[in-house]
Design a protein around this ligand. Structure first.
Ligand code: ZN
Length: 291
């Protein structure tokens, strides 16, 4: 079973930077391309959208919903959960879910934290999600990664998370062994880095794969190394020249032709979204992770 997911925040982030019409048009163009491809391949995916997109760009949310895809939640303003207090996370999640539900007129049941930012130190986030009616989560990166990851999670297939009396269905990122290390391959910078043939081979040999894409991750960057203030505002760590340069290199690695590469992958594999996948899984025999 291959899951196809998109994280949608680009329009909102652009609005925060001043809102250039040509960037909105660019994101609309690429989103339309994705939606047409999904129609052509008869795939229903899950689009995790930031709550503020519901308030500021309702037409984008409604367009995705109108083509039959699931609208999930991707926090309210794309602040990473491991940079928030529990109280702030509670407020952020409530606002996000409320904003999206007002736009789509139905319950939001799936969630992904920005940058997979639920880990060992903020497991309380699961309780907040459940309180807000979330039933399916896709926030776990079960290996070490920059700014977090949850390497002690222990599962890389759909499982049930139990924490403090609540239960949630978890759809973690899938990983593979490369040179003795456990790493992801089916989204973000990993997808850009590996050849398409490798991604396809890994997906074909496993019974579960989770693909995750941001439109912005797939387009070549026009700007240069971010300013110290912009870096610190976004990453919440010192904007030294080294930090800014390393991050710039990583976020731009393999961007050339990355969008076309993703479209080829969509063409050659079968995919479902979280909603469909939930119905296909026998949860009674799924592994249970007690946190
Ligand atoms: Zn995101």
């Amino acid at each position: 079973m291959n899951l196809l997911t998109f994280d949608i925040e680009e329009w909102y982030l652009e609005q925060q930077l001043g809102g250039r019409a040509e960037k909105y048009a660019e994101y609309d163009h690429y989103l339309n391309g994705i939606l047409n491809k999904l129609d052509e391949c008869q795939i229903k995916a899950t689009f995790f959208c930031v709550g503020e997109m519901g308030r500021l760009f309702p037409e984008v949310i409604r367009k995705i919903q109108g083509r039959g895809h699931e609208i999930g939640c991707h926090s309210n303003i794309h602040t990473w959960l491991n940079k928030m207090t529990e109280a702030d996370c509670r407020e952020d999640t409530y606002r996000a879910v409320d904003s999206l539900e007002q736009r789509i007129g139905e319950k939001v049941k799936s969630y992904r934290a920005p940058a997979f930012s639920i880990g060992e130190n903020n497991k309380w986030a699961f309780e907040i999600l459940a309180t807000n009616g979330i039933e399916r989560d896709a926030s776990i990166f079960p290996a070490a990664r920059d700014f977090g990851g949850f390497s002690s999670f222990g599962q890389k297939e759909p499982c049930v998370v139990e924490y403090n009396g609540i239960k949630l269905k978890e759809f973690p990122v899938c990983t593979t062994h490369v040179l003795g290390k456990e790493i992801a391959y089916s989204g973000g910078g990993y997808f850009r880095f590996f050849p398409l043939s490798f991604v396809k081979k890994e997906m074909s040999k496993s019974k579960y794969a989770m693909c995750y894409f941001h439109i912005g991750d797939l387009l070549p960057e026009a700007g240069g190394v971010p300013s110290k203030s912009a870096y610190e505002a976004y990453y919440k760590e010192p904007g030294t020249l080294k930090n800014r340069y390393v991050r710039y290199m990583k976020t731009n690695l393999g961007k050339k032709n990355a969008f076309e590469k993703m479209m080829k992958l969509i063409n050659m594999m079968d995919f479902v979204g979280l909603q469909q996948s939930d119905d296909m899984i026998d949860w009674n025999s799924a592994p249970v992770v007690k946190l």
